[in-house]
Ligand binder design. Structure first.
Ligand code: AMP
Ligand code: ZN
Length: 116
C-alpha cells in the first residue's frame, strides 16, 4: 500500500530498528515503547488488520508464518524465560492506529494481571 507507514518500513522507505526478518514477517522496535521490550510483528504483505487476515487464505498463511517465527523472535528479544504479552488491536474502536495488521510483543517488566 502506497501510503501505509508499515509498508514503507517493509520497503525500506522509512527507517526502523529491525530485530527479525524472514520472507513473510518483519519485526521492529515500536517507536514509543511501553515496556523494556516492545516490538511489532507484522506480515510483509499489507492486510488492514487481523480480522481481514483471518477471512482470507493468504492472510491465514501469513498469520501462520508469524506464529511459526514467534519462538525465534521471543528468543532474540530475550523473553524466553521471562514471558511476554502479545497484543493485537483490531479496528479503530479497539485502538488500532496503524491500519496494517500487527502484534505488539511486550515484556521485560512485570505487566500485572489485568488486560486493561
Ligand atoms: P496500534 O495502536 O495497535 O495500531 O499500534 C501502532 C503502533 O505503531 C504504536 O505503538 C506506535 O508507537 C507504532 N508506530 C507508529 N509508527 C511507527 C514507526 N514508524 N516505527 C515504529 N513504530 C511505529
Ligand atoms: Zn501496509
Amino acid at each position: 500500500m502506497e501510503n501505509c507507514v508499515f509498508c514503507k518500513i517493509v520497503r525500506g522507505d522509512i527507517p526502523s530498528k529491525k530485530v527479525y526478518e524472514d520472507e513473510n514477517v518483519l519485526v521492529f522496535k515500536d517507536l514509543h515503547p511501553v515496556s523494556p521490550v516492545h516490538v511489532l510483528i507484522i506480515p510483509k504483505v499489507h492486510f488492514e488488520n487481523v480480522h481481514a487476515m483471518s477471512v482470507s487464505e493468504e492472510g491465514l498463511a501469513a498469520l501462520n508464518a508469524m506464529f511459526r517465527a514467534l519462538p525465534e523472535i521471543v528468543r532474540l528479544v530475550g523473553l524466553e524465560e521471562k514471558g511476554f504479552r502479545l497484543i493485537n488491536n483490531c479496528g479503530v474502536a479497539a485502538g488500532q492506529s496503524v491500519m496494517h495488521a500487527h502484534f505488539h510483543l511486550i515484556g521485560g517488566r512485570s505487566l500485572g494481571t489485568k488486560i486493561l
